[in-house]
Design a protein around this ligand. Structure first.
Ligand SMILES: [Ca+2]
Length: 467
């Protein structure tokens, strides 16, 4: 009898301790977390953390050590404006919505609530520095607490080493530039500095923030201070080994023409020297932006804000760096669709990688989930918070993307595209990771093809569900 009373008393004691702990946990969860959303224009997942040891990005590497790195993240539209408008509204593209770089959320989905507007309504100060929406004024009033900030001249800033002056270009100019200047010669530096200034301001005021910081590079032109070019030895840069169209390529499969709007100086397009120069320039710009990302993250730590700030680093779409003799995005091959995605949730993520398949539209509901903010019921992404708790957990089976004349499905093993003229592409990426052979006509893949067509139809129906 006595024993059982002691047992009961101990039980009650431990139960009460446990429930007190739970209450503390819940209070902690309810505490608003800040968001730092870093968008890097045209950054493909060719980074040290993705096995590309030749790319020098020590600051992104450092962030990855405290984050969950997504090995299979995909954009929903492989072009700047549309990709961003889709992510920031968590609505998928259709034939008439989020078409190209000119896509604006306020025109394509005027009644949708943007991700920054959700946070703003929840009491956060929402800030846009640099390139977030493609057009600064897109959904400006609803989304941001202050007018979106852009450095003077936007990305059209060049440096003239002869006159020692920063010059604004009217056109796109030459595709590469490597002057002996300091980091502050280019607008991305100013975007980092403005973000740092805002972080200091919010530390002072104590307000919760949704801070979006969008860098221009490594989008063309490849302009970076010479010291970042000097991190790479051009002779040892490996160029694409598949400088040809895929076997059985559909007629409608095209590369991007964007690079042709630049001049190439002494280089002749698609020579070996051109391939090396383009890769060199791209890598130099990645390293330059990496340095600036590092400065922003360092400030976050110095201010003591890091432990209460969720950090997302995202590239808006993939990029062909000479594969198939293509330069840029603008198609539904894997290289144009896969994006880098790194999510740091203090106290949760610990430098792991996940093979869970996620789409850009999933970022919106995940951030809301982490901040305990309800989302509109029409959104098309879903929260991958459970994957942050357990990186082994699978998430989606199919990712969906579309660009102009093609819709696409990506799975762990396959990439499938259906063009508007009825042509199809199917690649077995386990056997053919570079997508060199379209196997759509191979009878051995009849069942796979059937599954892809069905998956695509379901995704199209989903995309059409928002009116
Ligand atoms: Ca872009």
């Amino acid at each position: 009898m006595k024993k059982s009373i002691i047992f009961l008393a101990s039980f009650l004691f431990f139960t009460s301790c446990k429930s007190k702990k739970n209450t503390a946990d819940i209070t902690e969860l309810k505490k608003p977390k800040n968001i730092l959303f870093i968008a890097i224009d045209d950054l493909r997942p060719e980074l040290n953390i993705y096995g590309a040891k030749h790319v020098k990005s020590p600051n992104i590497d450092k962030l990855a050590k405290e984050s969950l790195v997504f090995n299979r993240a995909y954009c929903n539209v492989p072009v700047c404006g549309a990709s961003r408008a889709s992510l920031l509204t968590s609505i998928l593209p259709t034939k008439t919505r989020f078409i190209d770089y000119r896509a604006k959320a306020e025109e394509d989905v005027p009644n949708a609530k943007t991700l920054p507007s959700i946070f703003k309504d929840a009491g956060y100060t929402s800030i846009s520095n640099g390139k977030i929406f493609h057009y600064n004024k897109d959904v400006q009033e609803a989304s941001w607490s202050e007018n979106p900030w852009m450095p003077k001249g936007g990305h059209r800033v060049s440096y003239d080493p002869k006159t020692n002056e920063v010059i604004m270009k009217s056109g796109n100019g030459r595709v590469y530039e490597a002057p002996e200047v300091e980091d502050n010669a280019y607008p991305d530096y100013k975007i980092a500095q403005k973000t740092i200034k805002d972080l200091r301001r919010f530390k002072e005021s104590g307000e919760s923030f949704f801070m979006a910081c969008g860098f221009f590079r490594p989008h063309m032109p490849f302009y970076a201070p010479k010291k970042y070019w000097d991190l790479y030895d051009r002779d040892s840069i490996e160029i694409a080994d598949n400088r040809h169209l895929p076997e059985n390529a559909p007629k409608l499969l095209r590369g991007s023409g964007e690079f042709k709007s630049y001049s190439f100086g002494d280089y002749k397009p698609n020579t070996e020297a051109f391939h090396k120069m383009m890769r060199h320039g791209y890598y130099a710009c990645v390293s330059y932006v990496d340095q600036l990302v590092g400065e922003v993250l360092k400030e976050l730590e110095t201010l003591g804000l890091a432990e209460n700030t969720i950090v997302v680093l995202w590239g808006d779409h993939g990029w062909h760096l000479g594969e198939h003799e293509f330069w840029g995005k603008h198609n539904t091959l894997h290289n144009a669709l896969q994006v880098p995605l790194i999510v740091k949730v203090p106290g949760k993520s610990t430098g792991k990688q996940t093979d869970a398949l996620v789409e850009s539209v999933d970022i919106y509901p995940t951030l809301c989930d982490l901040a305990n903010i309800p989302v509109p019921n029409y959104i098309m992404g879903k929260s991958f918070k459970a994957t942050l708790d357990d990186p082994e957990k699978s998430f989606r089976e199919y990712a969906y993307a579309r660009f102009k004349k093609a819709d696409a499905i990506v799975t762990d093993n396959y990439t499938y595209s259906l063009f508007e003229n009825g042509e199809e592409m199917l690649y077995n990426r386990k056997l053919d990771p570079a997508e060199n052979k379209n196997i759509v006509a191979d009878v051995n893949y009849k069942e796979v093809l059937k599954e892809m067509r069905k998956a695509l139809k379901r995704k199209q129906e989903k995309a059409a569900s928002y009116q």
